[in-house]
Design a protein around this ligand. Structure first.
Ligand code: AMP
Length: 242
């Protein structure tokens, strides 16, 4: 009798394990991870918000996470301040730890959209380890030439209350420094100035452009012309998900 009971328990455990593994594998197969790449000022932030709403997956911007920490004066914020203000990349270990911690949250179980990560080959490799193979990965490259990027960044302003983005050259607000949507004050990011823009572009070409080649070799990169109007870019992006 005892042997029979032990046998039955072992059988139930084995069936449970197989079923759990099947469910687990199925959920990770369905996980959609979108990586939005492109130089600073290519419109990643604007498009990422819209794509994540449309696909129902969280938008994770490593730049936003750092800025949040900076404005709250957290130890992480103090650690990364100097890198951000000089236009350099935050060291890989710091950004990878922060990113892995964020994507381990419950809201990322079915997938997420990455904006501004990975920005170096070691970051791409760390993400690959975290994701494994059973993943629906789409990497989008928003192409914009350097001269346009410089104007976009130097002119960029965002509302400190609702986050709406304006550009003093291309899409100025009706009243100077006042948000059209909520009348909040418009701010310029501390790293959106002519001196830092040059450094950020140099860093992009030297360290981040190779990441696109890393994913191209895996056949997962789709390129979209980021010079078009935000609406036209979004239409092109949506075609990739139909
Ligand atoms: P972003 O808002 O994406 O342009 O990021 C602003 C700044 O945050 C960058 O210029 C870097 O200093 C830092 N940063 C954001 N994401 C990363 C990343 N993946 N790796 C290293 N530094 C980053």
């Amino acid at each position: 009798m005892k042997v029979l009971l032990i046998g039955l328990c072992a059988f139930i455990t084995a069936v449970g394990t197989v079923a759990y593994a099947a469910i687990d594998q199925e959920s990770s197969v369905n996980k959609k991870v979108v990586i939005l790449m492109g130089p600073p000022g290519s419109g990643k932030g604007t498009q990422a918000k819209k794509i994540s709403e449309k696909l129902g997956i969280p938008h994770i911007s490593t730049g936003d996470l750092f800025r949040e920490n900076l404005s709250k004066g957290t130890p992480l914020g103090l650690k990364v301040k100097e890198y951000i203000e000089s236009g350099n990349l935050v060291p890989d270990e710091i950004v990878v730890d922060m990113l892995i911690d964020r994507v381990s949250s419950d809201d990322c179980r079915d997938g997420y959209l990455l904006d501004g990560f990975p920005r170096s080959i070691p970051q791409a490799e760390a993400l690959g380890k975290e994701l494994g193979d059973n993943i629906d990965l789409v990497v989008i490259n928003l192409e914009v030439p350097d001269d346009i990027v410089v104007k976009r960044i130097e002119g960029r302003m965002s509302c400190k209350d609702c986050g709406a983005i304006f550009n003093k050259y291309f899409t100025p607000p009706q009243k100077e420094n006042i948000c059209d949507n909520c009348s909040g004050e418009l701010n310029q990011r501390s790293d959106d100035n002519a001196k830092v823009v040059g450094e950020r572009l140099k860093v992009y070409h030297n360290q981040t452009a190779p990441v696109e080649k890393f994913y191209s070799a895996k056949g997962v990169v789709k390129t979209v012309d980021g010079q078009q109007s935000p609406g036209a870019v979004f239409n092109d992006l949506m075609k990739l998900f139909n």
